[in-house]
Write a protein that binds this ligand. Structure first.
Ligand SMILES: Cc1ncc(C[n+]2csc(CCOP(=O)(O)OP(=O)(O)O)c2C)c(N)n1
Ligand SMILES: [Mg+2]
Length: 355
C-alpha cells in the first residue's frame, strides 16, 4: 500500500526577513556549501540578465527569462549528485551551467545553431523541453529504467504550474508513482502560464494537493528561498534513493519578468505584486542572509559577479565565432518522404541567405 502523506500547506522557509522572521539553517551545509550556492545563483542571474541584453542586440532569438527563478534551480540541483539526471523545460534552459556546461552551448541553442545541441549523456542533462510537460514521462521512464538496473541514480523533471493541466504531466506522475520510480517532480509555480493565471488553471487549493491523487507526498516550499528549496529537494532525493518513489515539490513564486522576450505582461499581470516580488528577489534575499551570518563579504560578492560576467563574455564570443549553420539542416530529418516542394523551398532559402 502506498503511504499517503498529507500535502504541506504552509510554505517551507529557511531564510528569515532580517526583522521579525528569524533565520533558520539547514543541517549539514558548510560555509563552503553556502558560498557554492551563492556562486550558482549569481551565475544563473548573470546568464539571464545578459541574455536579455543579447536578445535586444539581436544576438540571440526569443528568450524565456528566468529572473527570480534561480533559487528554485540552484537549490534543487545542489541536492543532486552528478550522476542524477536533469530534465529541464525552456524555463531552466541554463541549468546545465551548474554542471559545467559551457555558456556558449546554451547561447547557441537560443541562437538556433546546431552547436547548441548537446549529447544528454555528457552532462546527464536532457534536451531543453519546449512542449509543455512532454518531458515528464521521459524523466519517469529514465528513472524507472535506473531502478530496474539497480542503480541509485534519480531524475528530476522541472515544469511550470500550467504544465500540471497537461495529460503528459498526469501520465508521467502516475506512471512514476505506480512504478515507484526515483523521480523528483519539481513544479515552478510562478502563478502564470503566459497570461493564464493560476486561478484559471486549476480548482485545486494548491498544486501540491495533486500529489494525493498519485499516492505520493506533495511539498510546498517558498521558491525564492534557495535553502528551503535545497532542503525539500534533498528530502525528495533521499526518498527516491530509498526506493520510496517520487515526490511532488511545488515551489511557489510569482513571475516578476515577462514570460519571454516576446511577451508584454503589463496587459495582464498584477504590477504591485511584481514590484513586491522584485523587492524580495531570491539572490538579494540570500545575499542578505549570508551577510547576517557573516559568510559573504563585499569582495567575495564582487569577485563572484566578475567571474560570472567574464564567463558570459567568453560564452557569447564563442557562440558568435561558430561558422553559420548549414540551412539544409532545417529541411533534413523532418520527413522520411519529403514533399516535392521542399527542394524548391530549400533552394529559395539558400538564395535568400546567399543574397
Ligand atoms: C504542448 C504545448 N502547448 C502549448 C504550448 C505554448 N506555451 C508555451 S509556454 C506556455 C505556458 C506554460 O506555463 P507554465 O507551465 O506555468 O510554465 P512557465 O512558462 O510559467 O514556466 C504555453 C501554453 C507549448 N509550448 N506546448
Ligand atoms: Mg507558470
Amino acid at each position: 500500500m502506498a503511504q499517503v502523506l498529507p500535502a504541506e500547506r504552509d510554505l517551507r522557509r529557511v531564510i528569515g526577513d532580517g526583522e521579525g522572521v528569524p533565520d533558520g539553517e539547514v543541517e549539514g551545509l558548510s560555509e563552503e556549501d553556502l558560498l557554492e550556492l551563492h556562486r550558482s545563483l549569481v551565475l544563473l542571474r548573470t546568464y539571464d540578465e545578459r541574455s536579455v541584453v543579447y536578445h535586444r542586440q539581436g544576438r540571440i532569438g526569443t528568450y524565456a527569462i528566468f529572473w527570480n527563478h534561480e533559487a528554485m534551480q540552484a537549490g534543487s540541483v545542489f541536492a543532486l549528485e552528478r550522476e542524477d539526471w536533469i530534465f529541464p523545460s525552456y524555463r531552466e534552459s541554463a541549468i546545465g551551467l551548474l554542471r559545467g556546461m559551457p555558456a556558449a552551448t546554451i547561447l547557441s541553442w537560443w541562437r538556433g545553431h546546431p552547436s547548441g545541441w548537446w549529447n544528454p549523456r555528457d552532462w546527464n542533462v536532457a534536451s531543453i523541453c519546449v512542449p509543455i510537460a512532454t518531458h515528464v514521462p521521459h524523466a519517469a521512464g529514465l528513472a524507472w529504467g535506473k531502478k530496474l538496473r539497480g542503480e541509485r541514480t534519480c531524475a528530476i523533471a522541472y515544469f511550470g504550474d500550467g504544465a500540471t493541466s497537461e495529460g503528459a504531466f498526469h501520465e508521467g506522475a502516475n506512471f512514476a508513482a505506480v512504478m515507484r520510480a526515483p523521480l523528483v517532480l519539481f513544479c515552478n509555480n510562478n502563478q502564470w502560464a503566459i497570461s493564464t493565471p493560476l486561478s484559471a488553471q486549476t480548482a485545486a487549493e494548491t498544486l501540491a494537493d495533486k500529489a494525493v491523487g498519485y499516492g505520493i507526498p506533495g511539498v510546498r516550499v517558498d521558491g525564492g528561498d534557495v535553502l528551503a528549496v535545497y532542503e525539500a529537494t534533498r528530502d525528495a532525493v533521499a526518498r527516491a534513493r530509498a526506493g520510496e518513489g517520487p515526490t511532488l515539490i511545488e515551489a511557489v513564486t510569482y513571475r516578476a519578468a515577462p514570460h519571454a522576450t516576446a511577451d508584454d505582461p503589463t496587459a495582464y499581470i498584477d504590477l504591485e505584486r511584481v514590484a513586491e516580488e522584485k523587492r524580495n528577489e531570491c539572490l538579494g534575499r540570500y545575499e542578505r542572509y549570508l551577510r547576517r551570518l557573516g559568510v559573504l563579504t563585499d569582495e567575495t560578492a564582487e569577485a563572484v559577479r566578475a567571474a560570472a560576467a567574464d564567463l558570459m563574455r567568453a560564452g557569447i564570443a564563442a557562440a558568435e565565432a561558430e561558422p553559420p549553420a548549414d540551412p539544409s539542416l532545417v529541411f533534413e530529418h523532418a520527413y522520411a518522404d519529403p514533399p516535392s516542394t521542399l527542394e524548391a523551398d530549400l533552394a529559395e532559402l539558400k538564395r535568400i541567405l546567399g543574397g
